[in-house]
Design a protein around this ligand. Structure first.
Ligand code: GDP
Ligand code: CA
Length: 311
């Protein structure tokens, strides 16, 4: 079996490719929860939902996020009442947040709710939150310290990033599902999806014990670059890397994941990293449709399997 680490929409593309090409039950996807927040009394978990909708085949591929066939009557009515309309809540999506919040309020863990949703949506791979304990990404910017969604949605990532803080992470425990995957004797490899390294993957790596688990890995770990031609396909990954002094190249990605990866998948538009000892697979990484996702998933799996960790 394989373990994938993912953020939201970008990570979900490769995660759904991996989910489709691997036999059922052979993939565990651990998802960032640093973006989670309380909104109009509900627990919203944007990255878990992005991955879940993609795995269920319910995601809107044209808009690029949320559910296909979504409608917005709830949000219109909320606006009419003077409610918070800066965060888009679709009518169908709302059911996810209501049902999740309701179950959490009844004492269920986020892992239990996630497992329940995946079963209800007939998802045949395992998706788990990185942790059941609250971790909240805080973005330090030239406008001050902003909660993640304020930075991402309200300010559209315009403020200059100065640093990141993950509130709660010091005492957050790796979820049982992620821990079990890391410790599973049948684990063949770990894949870091092409998610934003700073906003989506760093929260996962910041959980106590996570870096140690990856450093001590006995199986190969491979990252897929979220950059093509030095630019992010979507979102602020390149801007964030530049702001924190990382070049927006495979070298920048390799530096960021130093000690954690054995191989890096890059697009042919980018020059291979110069770092010694890092295996590189150059293959088109743009995922426009299901065929692209399956092709990149197969290439990434074959590359990972070809790398052997010294005993
Ligand atoms: P978010 O949490 O919804 O912002 O999503 P992620 O952090 O998981 O993914 C965002 C990253 O996905 C961005 O840096 C994009 O460059 C990257 N991305 C999106 N689509 C693709 C794609 O088709 N190929 C590659 N290589 N990266 C992609
Ligand atoms: Ca996210």
């Amino acid at each position: 079996m394989f373990l994938a680490l993912a953020g939201g929409v970008g990570g979900a593309k490769l995660a759904s490719g991996l989910a489709n090409v691997l036999p059922a039950g052979e993939l565990v996807i651990a998802v960032n929860t640093g973006d989670d927040f309380e909104h109009v009394g509900l627990h919203v978990a944007p990255d878990l939902d992005s991955v879940m909708y993609a795995l269920a085949g319910l995601n809107d591929t044209v808009r690029g996020w949320g559910l296909a066939g979504e409608s917005w009557r709830f949000l219109d009515a909320l606006k009419r009442l003077g409610g918070a309309d800066w965060f888009m809540l679709g009518d169908q999506d709302l059911a996810t947040h209501v049902e999740r919040s309701w179950r959490l309020r009844g004492g269920a863990t986020l892992s239990a709710v996630t497992a329940h949703f995946c079963a209800a949506l007939r998802i045949t791979q395992t998706m788990v939150p990185m942790s059941d304990d609250p971790v909240r990404t805080m973005v330090d910017t030239d406008l001050g310290l902003l909660p993640f969604q304020d930075y991402f949605v309200r300010h559209r990532c315009a403020p200059t990033l100065k640093g990141l803080r993950f509130d709660g992470v010091e005492t957050a425990r790796i979820s049982d599902g992620l821990r079990a995957a890391l410790d599973n004797p049948a684990l063949e490899g770990i894949i870091i999806c092409p998610s934003n390294p700073l906003l989506s993957i760093l929260p996962i790596l910041s959980l106590p014990g996570m870096r140690d688990a990856l450093t001590a890995r006995r199986v190969p770990c491979v990252a897929v670059s979220p950059l093509i031609g030095g630019k992010a396909v979507k979102g602020p990954a390149a801007k964030n890397m530049t702001e924190l002094g990382l070049p927006t190249t495979p070298d920048g990605i390799a530096d960021f994941y130093t000690g954690l990866i054995d191989g890096l998948v890059i697009d042919p538009e980018d020059a291979p990293p110069t770092r010694a000892g890092l295996a590189v697979e150059s293959t088109p990484t743009l995922m426009r449709d299901a065929d692209d996702r399956a092709r990149l998933a197969r290439a990434t799996l074959a590359f990972t399997r070809s790398l052997v960790r010294p005993a």
